[in-house]
Design a protein. Structure first.
Length: 234
């Protein structure tokens, strides 16, 4: 009896409860949930955010942004459609459309691999580039669609105060590291500030979902270049 009690006690001490260091290693700078994503409706619009690991190079640097833009050109019609984007220092925002959850996952996987290989080549390093899983917010209402578009296209204004970038706060500023030049939903007053799109292969695809193509502008006003990105709730 004594031996059984001792064995039981030893087993409880060694295996019971949470243990320090147990479970999946946490990635620094990561905050994304690892729960199963809910299903994506057919041809639904989604706002995706993907972040770099800490201490990696600025994605807005000229040579790095050119590489990322080429990745957009390659990815925008494979598995999913990249409709708009914004490249910030350590993260990328996408407005995209996918036929289902698997198509979105495959598209993001291909895009992330291409960017990771390009960044490692430029930085002469190896290893992981992105901090964790991408964050996906499914766009379900016209208001949410407008808020997401404003948030992505004018996202640089959100970071301008912290970076001390006064130019990005100017009324006429259109982020050159975004797809603002390809957006046809700017207000009439904003059009004189928007640069012409570059020639060659466009880095974005035309939207096919009703929300991004018609819905948001049917019920809400067009977007101005000087609007500040705010909450994306719909």
């Amino acid at each position: 009896m004594t031996q059984l009690k001792l064995f039981g006690k030893r087993r409880k001490d060694r295996r019971g409860g949470a243990r320090a260091g147990a479970g999946r290693p946490k990635v620094e700078g990561s905050g994304e949930s690892h729960l199963t994503r809910r299903g994506l409706k057919k041809n639904q619009a989604v706002h995706v955010t993907v972040r770099l690991r800490p201490r990696l190079r600025n994605l807005r640097a000229r040579n790095i942004y050119k590489m990322v833009r080429r990745a957009f050109c390659h990815a925008c019609l494979r598995f999913f459609r990249i409709v708009h984007y914004s490249v910030q220092g350590n993260h990328i925002h996408l407005i995209c459309e996918a036929s289902d959850k698997d198509a979105l996952a495959k598209g993001m996987q291909g895009f992330s691999i291409r960017v990771a290989k390009g960044l490692n080549r430029i930085m002469k390093r190896s290893g992981k580039v992105f901090a964790d899983r991408y964050n996906a917010q499914y766009i379900s209402t016209p208001r949410h669609a407008r808020n997401a578009l404003r948030y992505v296209l004018n996202n640089v204004r959100k970071h301008a105060y912290r970076m001390g970038d006064r130019k990005a706060l100017e009324r006429s500023f259109v982020d050159p590291c975004s797809s603002g030049a390809y957006f046809d939903g700017w207000t009439r007053a904003s059009l004189k500030y928007v640069p012409d799109p570059d020639t060659g292969t466009p880095p974005v695809a035309r939207p096919q979902t009703w929300l991004l193509r018609v819905g948001w502008r049917k019920y809400h006003p067009l977007i101005a270049t000087w609007e500040f990105p705010a909450d994306q709730g719909g």
